[in-house]
Design a protein around this ligand. Structure first.
Ligand code: NDP
Ligand SMILES: O=C1O[C@H](COP(=O)(O)O)[C@@H](O)[C@H](O)[C@H]1O
Length: 491
């Protein structure tokens, strides 16, 4: 994560240049980096697709999308006019190896210190693309390949991608994106833990009762049924984003900010995750599927009524899991993972619940429950860290009430906060792998998730229904209450 020098020149080749991810996230992110003067003089974005656009047609479409997706305050006509000179559209059918020679000739016109091949296409094209690039000798030491999720739908298919890409690119050239790692707040978690001595002595089983990691989404699946129905929340969110967040919470201090120092520590956490038997899957997981309800005050359809979802689909849109990490620091501390679509609001939180005091001398609060200290790290929509402690209510009684010590990043720092893809793309160009998932981490994450997938697949019952706009099936709250814990939203 330490700052590496930015190369004098680079080419970024976006396979999938006409697709949603490039138009909505990647080009706007690079416009921002250009605007911030972070791209140097000689850097080009080759955007590839099968459509017959002229370069100018493509640039106009990209401009229209970027205007739409960027905050209005960040738009500047003159800056875009300069940025669009970096954007070059090229037609290619990625499945036709003969067409790569033209790509090679095009890149030869802008020889660069670094060539990045960003595969923003379906994983079924990864093998063909890597093989065809290698045939054109576009896999030398100055080449990097970027893989977007989903990286497989189970361990075997993930390993097949690893093997196919690994035939042509070394691990040091492969960047597996988990965009959560590009979020400023996730890096702040490292700062909180390893830049302050305060929390380290408390960050363990002796002081912590449970950890809750939530990524709640208000949106449904939108128009993504084709992708989502074959995927589900466990593969879409838990296997990657939630397990990565769990690693950042649970890992030991890395010896430095070196990519492998960090990834070695994350891997150890994944290795310590206790694997579930089928019976434990039934006891420690809840899956749900939304039904018609309300969202943002509007009536919304259930998952099964979404366009493109097959009748009777058993795909889960909500997951709650009680996980355990078997090591000296965390043995016996449940890590609750929650994620779902069509929940009441967009929210990503990491909540650390601390033990209560060993002996109470203050009266029981009027609501009948005490509130031991907790730390709430909010990743989105706003970014903050709040430490809730008990304080005395003013007056003659000795009643306590939780109050929070607040650190609100937006008000504390005037600097602009980068979007995840800005940070991640610049890191790729620089050659910094710290915020990218290493092959062994990917494999361990799939190993842990697979028994859950298999048990659910064999279960004729399917997911439990929950009404859109609620916090998921009631069983998810029971998952906590059985162990004497409460979901922090209930506090
Ligand atoms: N969109 C998102 O927010 C996210 C997407 N992803 C992943 O990123 C990848 C891309 O997603 P997204 O942009 O949404 O997908 P889209 O369906 O919007 O775009 C797919 C892209 O692939 C291109 N493509 C398909 N087949 C070929 C081919 N044979 N040769 C050349 N190009 C081809 C299409 O080009 P054309 O149409 O011109 O033929 C198009 O540019 C997927 O794997 C997705 O799962 C991951 C995280 C978030
Ligand atoms: O990877 C994915 O993430 C998004 C949620 O990302 P966020 O940054 O908006 O929190 C999710 O909607 C999508 O289904 C999934 O593929």
């Amino acid at each position: 994560m330490s700052q590496l020098p930015f190369p004098q020149s680079f080419n970024v080749v976006f396979f999938g240049g006409t697709g949603d991810l490039v138009m909505r996230k990647l080009l706007p992110a690079m416009y921002q980096s250009h605007k911030n003067g972070q791209l140097g003089e000689a850097g080009y974005f080759y955007c590839l697709g099968r459509r017959n656009y002229t370069p100018e047609e493509y640039r106009s479409i990209a401009e229209e999308k970027a205007r739409h997706f960027l905050p209005a305050a960040d738009w500047d006509d003159e800056i875009w006019a300069a940025f669009r000179q970096r954007v070059v559209y090229e037609r290619i059918d990625a499945e036709n190896p003969e067409e790569y020679a033209a790509l090679k000739s095009r890149l030869d016109k802008t020889p660069a210190e670094v060539n990045v091949f960003f595969l923003s296409v379906a994983p079924s094209l990864f093998t063909m693309i890597c093989q065809s690039l290698a045939r054109q000798k576009l896999n030398g030491p100055n080449s990097r390949v970027v893989l977007e999720k989903p990286l497989g739908h189970d361990l075997a298919s993930s390993n097949a991608i690893t093997e196919a890409v690994g035939r042509h690119y070394h691990e040091k050239q492969i960047y597996r994106i988990d965009h959560y790692l590009g979020k400023e707040s996730v890096q702040n978690l490292m700062a909180l833990r390893f830049g302050n001595a305060l929390f380290e002595p408390l960050w363990r089983r002796q002081w912590i009762t449970d950890v809750q990691i939530t990524i709640a989404e208000e949106v449904g699946i939108g128009s993504r049924a084709g992708f989502y129905d074959g995927t589900g929340a466990l593969r879409d969110m838990v296997q990657n984003h939630l397990l990565q967040l769990l690693c950042f919470v649970a890992m030991e201090p890395p010896s430095s900010l070196d990519s492998d120092a960090i990834r070695n520590e994350k891997l150890k956490v994944l290795e310590c995750l206790v694997p579930f038997t089928a019976e434990e899957v039934r006891a420690n997981t809840v899956r749900g599927q939304y039904r018609a309800g309300t969202s943002g005050g509007h009536a919304v359809p259930g998952y099964l009524e979404e366009p493109g979802v097959p009748a009777g689909s058993k795909t889960e849109t909500f997951v709650a899991i009680k996980a355990e990490i078997a090591n000296w620091r965390w043995a016996g501390v449940p890590f609750y993972l929650f994620t779902g679509k069509r929940l009441p609001k967009r929210l990503a939180d990491i909540v650390i619940h601390f033990h209560d005091v060993p002996h109470h001398i203050f009266p029981l609060p009027s609501n009948g429950s005490r509130a031991p200290a907790k730390l709430v790290i909010r990743l989105q929509p706003d970014e903050s860290i709040r430490l809730y402690l008990n304080a005395k209510l003013p007056g003659h009684s000795m009643q306590l009430r939780p109050v929070s010590l607040d650190l609100d990043f937006t008000s504390k720092f005037s600097e602009r906060r980068e979007e995840a893809y800005e940070r991640l793309l610049l890191d790729i160009i620089r050659g910094n792998q710290a915020l990218f998932v290493r092959q062994d981490e990917l494999e361990m994450a799939w190993r842990w998730v697979e028994p859950i997938l298999n048990t659910w697949a064999a279960d004729p019952e399917g997911p439990e229904p929950y009404k859109a706009g609620t916090w998921g099936p009631a069983a998810s709250a029971e998952l906590l209450s059985r162990s004497g814990h409460r979901w922090h939203e209930d506090d």
